[in-house]
Design a protein around this ligand. Structure first.
Ligand SMILES: Cc1cc2nc3c(=O)[nH]c(=O)nc-3n(C[C@H](O)[C@H](O)[C@H](O)COP(=O)(O)OP(=O)(O)OC[C@H]3O[C@@H](n4cnc5c(N)ncnc54)[C@H](O)[C@@H]3O)c2cc1C
Length: 488
């Protein structure tokens, strides 16, 4: 199969689909190459057993730790990428996240552009992804209000927030990408976070960006198109993407290439191709956030919530009380007993069911700092290998302790923690970092390769640091920014 386009985009997740959308607004001819296919709409979309136990939508892909231990990574190779199952919590990073931040045990480096530079694109991304929210303390300044009002808390959540507020913190609403516009498609069901949406009501990249981009007539998508490598011409520009579509060889030429295969696959593709790596930094500074799930149990209260993911606590984002940043506490989608069993394997469902009925689940998220030793490499068989050691973890321990204290104060007598391991890397970023200095970064402030002026990296790989907020809105805002910078 031989194809050509003005701009060739590799990957249709948050970065690739939003980039294609931004280019389509300019009438630019775009071809999106996506290794996966459209995720089917079917009864299993809302089945915890199918999604979490049988892992129905997970690809048959294995990555390896440096000691050779295999693991199933937190990726989804479908049109829309990881956003097809994401939790659609869409906060902005904070202004401070774009500047250098010193931690007791590490440094979070500055970005080569500022929050003010990205702010107009955050506005556009919030409209594109139907973000609901309300401005609150601990949020950065905004030039326009949220497009839609924040999701209301259900009574069980409201009561817990009251108990938390009594202890001096200021719970706020979560910025959520769901279609709860007047007449919108969201039914506030209990299977949103971690599940695909049968009603197309979750603001994922396929529904909100790719499909509207295709509808303009400027964008074509080839599903099942795996890109193995990029090739250069004699002038050093990227000239071709080579791979296969199903079992057919695939060769795609273009004027400009936008790489958005997700942080690990983007790095793997660059390494396989031997391009964009004069700095030697491709694959390095891999970050994933320091994340933990908490299940907090109050045996006296039944948690009857349907849509739990409406609140967060950001009091400790900028300062844990010791002058250094902490992170965020966020409610996640209500966890059901069969989902608990994927981690508590030996516990019988008869025990997990009453637990799940009385538990409330949170995500505790703090920043990890970029370490050159944390990196993606390929082994001798070309398989993705991940070198990963936790960084900046003392901040995570402190925030976990704070979360425990607050939840105990709110009546939760039993608290279970699950610290994310090497396989729980769905927030991965930073393997082709952006910066001004070609010796210290892979792409420039425009996310253009220092080595090839027609190659852009538009997924989470460009993140110079990870901040401590969910990454997707920032990926989308940046993809819109870069789409405006591509020469016509
Ligand atoms: C369960 C879950 C919950 C999450 N919840 C949230 C949340 O609430 N908020 C938030 O901000 N983030 C959340 N995330 C993370 C968020 O989904 C990612 O940060 C985001 O999707 C990353 O965007 P990306 O463009 O970098 O990569 P992806 O969205 O992963 O897209 C990469 C795409 O490239 C394709 N691809 C890969 N290799 C190739 C190749 N060689 N050739 C062709 N195509 C290729 C893949 O199939 C995929 O479609 C969650 C993720 C998961 C899994």
């Amino acid at each position: 199969m031989q194809l050509t386009a003005d701009v060739v985009v590799i990957g249709s997740g948050m970065g690739g689909a939003t980039f294609a959308y931004g280019l389509a607004q300019r009438g630019i001819d775009v071809l999106v190459l996506e290794r996966g296919r459209r995720l089917p709409k079917e009864a299993e979309n809302t089945s915890p057993e199918a999604v979490f136990v049988q892992r129905r939508y997970k690809p048959d892909d294995t990555w390896y730790a440096v000691d050779g231990t295999p693991f199933a990574p937190g990726v989804h190779y479908v049109v829309g990428g990881n956003t097809k199952v994401y939790g659609s919590s869409l906060p902005r990073l904070r202004e401070r996240d774009f500047a250098e931040t010193a931690y007791p045990s590490g440094v979070s480096p500055a970005w080569p552009f500022s929050y003010a530079d990205l702010e107009p694109f955050y506005v556009r991304a919030e409209h594109l992804y139907n973000v609901h929210g309300s401005p609150a303390d601990f949020e950065p300044w905004r030039s326009e209000p949220y497009p839609y009002p924040a999701l209301a808390h259900e009574p069980y959540v409201a009561e817990t927030l009251r108990r938390l507020a009594e202890q001096g913190v200021h719970p706020t609403t979560t910025a959520m990408g769901v279609d709860l516009r007047p007449g919108g498609r969201c039914i506030r069901c209990g299977t949103c976070d971690g599940f695909p949406c049968r009603w197309d009501a979750k603001s994922d990249a396929e529904i909100c960006a790719l499909d509207p981009a295709v509808a303009t007539g400027s964008v074509r998508v080839v599903e099942g198109a795996y890109v193995d490598r990029l090739e250069t011409d004699s002038s050093g520009r990227i000239s071709r993407a080579i791979g296969h579509a199903d079992s057919e060889p695939l060769e795609v030429t273009g004027r400009v290439f936008g790489l958005a295969a997700g942080a690990a696959n983007t790095a793997a593709l660059l390494v396989r191709s031997g391009v964009a790596n004069s700095s030697g930094l491709v694959g390095t500074r891999y970050m994933v956030h320091n994340n933990s799930h908490i299940a907090a149990i109050d045996p006296r209260r039944t948690n009857d919530v349907v849509f739990q993911k409406t609140a967060c606590v950001n009091d400790f984002y900028d300062d844990m009380g010791d002058g250094y940043p902490g992170g965020t506490l966020q409610l996640i989608g209500k966890v059901q007993a069969s989902m608990m069993k994927t981690h508590a394997r030996r516990a019988p469902l008869s025990v997990l069911k009453p637990m799940a009925a009385r538990s409330m689940e949170w995500l505790v998220m703090t920043e990890d700092t970029p370490d050159p030793a944390n990196r993606i490499t390929l082994d001798s068989q070309g398989r993705i290998t991940v070198s990963w050691t936790r960084t900046n973890y003392d901040r995570h321990e402190l925030l976990l302790a704070k979360a425990r204290e607050l939840l105990k104060g709110a009546g939760y007598v039993a608290i279970f923690e699950q610290r994310f391991d090497i396989s729980m890397n769905s927030h991965m970023c930073g393997t082709a970092v952006a910066g001004e200095d070609p010796r210290a970064s892979v792409v420039d402030a425009e996310c253009r390769s220092h080595d090839h002026d027609n190659l852009y990296v538009v997924d989470s790989s460009f993140f110079p640091s990870s901040g401590a907020q969910n990454p997707a809105l920032t990926i989308a805002a940046n993809a819109l920014r870069v789409a405006d910078l591509v020469p016509a």
